[in-house]
Ligand binder design. Structure first.
Ligand code: 5AD
Length: 349
């Protein structure tokens, strides 16, 4: 089959075999095939979501992290970072401001902070759930025990983001120290699905040592897992990490993968990520035009935003922020896209 036929097959059956994914991904597509893939993916997005873009308010609750991932600026060994943890009251303030502005999903994201106990997470989830019963709570707080995930679920969290980062053992070992394990990451993802969370996963595009074969394995893993949310963005170097001198991931490849993921998962919530917006001034819109249906403006108290430094120059202000919602609306309107304040749960009925 040629690439055009592969795109049609993917749209129709939502899956390809390994060799076919490799064929699609191995080379840059000729521009007519690249544009065809993008158009099919956007048409599918239009069919299920119209021209609506769902918004999620991102609250970066702590930049303390016990892990030492080689790519991430929050890694434990980075001593050039002032660490913070928001109080419950500060988190609730972020939610109040967000709710007032129309947000009906709050994403609590943070490093794996040992001081953030199960009880503390449970408490803040309950507080938010009590004060904003009409809003969804998404957690993005890394790896926990099965019991912890169950407690968070009972407290009112319904969604969880945990990227696999890479499903290839050898590649995983080049991105993470030995103290971390891919096996544990997979255990967490399976538990989240089993507990009935809307589960998000994803990868960085162009992370150091990543091969096309690695990406294909990630797609096949996702096809098995059937995540409700998929977050992908380019790898971006951070100066204070071992990967500070590596090249950033490529825009074209990131957009191509957003489109492929849309055809694989027509109903999934797929964000046009901050990393994509940081890589390229047009990144956010291009991601949406390639098949993303979500943006995640930053609701974190402004003073702390710079300290949540995953990679160099991370966008957190202006259009990328909650106070910039009007700017975001203007930007989206130029592409005939419109913010919806619906809660936007995953649904395939
Ligand atoms: N470049 C791009 N994305 C990164 N993340 C962490 N560090 C980087 C980086 N240097 C992503 C990881 C993580 C998410 C919160 O941020 O994929 O899952």
């Amino acid at each position: 089959m040629n690439c055009h036929e592969l795109i049609d097959k993917l749209e129709k059956t939502h899956s390809l075999d390994e060799a076919e994914y490799l064929q699609l991904l191995s080379n840059d597509l000729p521009s007519y095939d690249a544009e065809y893939l993008r158009q099919r993916a956007r048409l599918v997005t239009d069919r299920y979501f119209g021209r609506n873009v769902r918004i999620r308010g991102l609250i970066e609750i702590t930049n303390v992290c016990q892990n030492d991932c080689y790519y991430c600026g929050l890694r434990h060994s980075n001593q050039n970072l002032k660490r913070y943890t928001l109080s419950n009251e500060q988190i609730l303030e972020c939610c109040r401001y967000g709710h007032e502005s129309g947000f009906r999903t709050f994403v609590l994201q943070g490093g794996e902070n040992p001081a953030l106990t199960i009880e503390k997470v449970e408490e803040i989830v309950k507080l938010i759930h009590y004060e904003f019963p009409d809003s969804a709570i998404t957690l993005s707080l890394g790896e926990w025990s099965d019991e912890a995930y169950e407690i968070f679920k009972n407290a009112g969290a319904t969604r969880y983001l945990l990227r696999q980062e890479t499903i290839t053992l050898e590649h995983y070992g080049r991105l993470h120290p030995d103290s971390m394990s891919l096996e544990n990451r997979i255990r967490c993802l399976k538990t989240l699905k089993r507990l009935g969370y809307q589960t998000g996963t994803g990868i960085m595009i162009g992370s150091p040592f990543q091969t096309v074969e690695n990406i294909v394995s990630d797609l096949i893993f996702m096809a098995e897992l059937q995540p409700e949310m998929i977050g992908i963005g380019p790898f971006l170097p951070h100066n204070d990490t071992p990967f500070g001198k590596f090249e950033a991931g490529k825009l074209v490849l990131t957009l191509k993968l957003i489109s492929i993921l849309r055809l694989m998962f027509p109903y999934a919530n797929i964000p046009s990520t901050t990393a994509l917006a940081t890589l390229n001034p047009q990144g956010r819109i291009l991601g949406l035009q390639a098949g993303a249906n979500v943006v995640m403006p930053n609701l974190t108290i402004e003073n702390y935003r710079k300290q949540y430094s995953l990679y160099n120059n991370k966008a957190a202000f202006g259009v990328e922020s909650a106070e910039g919602l009007d700017l975001l609306k203007q930007e989206l309107a130029t592409a005939d896209l419109y913010v919806t304040t619906e809660k936007g749960d995953f649904s395939n009925v």
